[in-house]
Design a protein around this ligand. Structure first.
Ligand code: BTN
Length: 265
């Protein structure tokens, strides 16, 4: 698998010597955190054939069966403070739309903030984790991405069949995970090059891909549910929501469900 991914990378991809493939890991993000503390360089990429403890936002698990998807984490070491990376998940999501478009021939949407979707179902997710020093300065950023590539509906557990799908299901074609993995690595390399300079342009692209904007949403925060309409994504990547009393808030945390997606009616 490693050789096949390397074959799909362009000659210009500069981090080939920092790419590690494992048949199985608990979580590529967790393993990369350890390597980061040991001094792994910018651009280190881990890919696992399967994960036994893949996880996403809010402690949720991310199902990572062998041979079905790409489970990838990359370590970046941007020269900036943590505040300058507020849009990191947005930039990654746009980069992953580029990668899917290049490898599978269609452009997915983004469900704010970190899900890749198509037709109201989830194709993949992104988990970004910043590594800070005890003084609060930025030591690195770990970005983990999982994308369902080869599953058919029957390959998902019954509880997920109405909310999850794969690149093969959407494209109606066989999708090669090695090709997808290489496209993800290339897109992440390009994203790193413009991360601190193209903030505005990245958010404009994010808004174009984000299917949450203009939709009715429900926001679950501290056990309370509020309904509203998603108006926009602001320059920090927060979701701008109008609530029924007319108030408008930039939402940065909590679980946002979008009406018409993931079975939310
Ligand atoms: C989410 O859906 O909330 C994010 C899912 C992120 C999953 C990826 S798979 C590779 C990396 N390793 C993990 O444990 N998580 C991320």
């Amino acid at each position: 698998m490693k050789e096949e991914i390397l074959r799909h990378l362009s000659p210009e991809y500069p981090w080939k010597d920092r790419f590690h493939w494992y048949p199985e890991l608990d979580s590529t993000n967790d393993r990369l955190k350890i390597l980061s503390r040991e001094g792994a360089p910018q651009g280190t990429v881990l890919i696992a054939g399967r994960q036994t403890g893949g996880h996403g936002r809010m402690g949720r698990s991310f199902l990572s069966p062998g041979g079905m998807g790409v489970y990838l984490s990359i370590l970046l070491r941007p020269q900036c403070g943590p505040q300058a990376l507020m849009h990191l998940t947005c930039a990654t999501a746009v980069a992953m739309c580029d990668a899917v478009e290049a490898a599978a021939g269609f452009r997915p949407g983004i469900k704010w903030t970190n899900d890749l979707v198509c037709g109201g179902k989830k194709l993949g997710g992104i988990l970004t984790e910043l590594i800070l020093s005890p003084q609060g300065s930025l030591e690195g950023a770990i970005i983990g991405i999982g994308i369902n590539c080869c599953q058919q509906a029957r390959d998902f557990p019954e509880s997920l069949q109405s909310i999850a799908q794969s690149l093969s299901m959407v494209s109606g074609k066989t999708v090669n995970p090695a090709h997808v993995a290489a496209a993800m690595m290339e897109a992440l390399y390009r994203m790193d090059g413009t991360l601190l300079t193209d903030h505005e342009q990245t958010l404009q692209r994010y808004r174009r891909d984000c299917v949450t904007i203009g939709r009715e949403i429900s926001l679950l925060r501290s056990d309370a549910v509020r309904h509203g309409t998603a108006l926009d994504v602001d320059d920090s990547g927060a979701l701008v929501v109008r609530f029924p009393d007319g108030s408008i808030e930039a939402v940065n945390s909590g679980e946002v469900s979008v009406r018409g997606m993931y079975g939310y009616l």
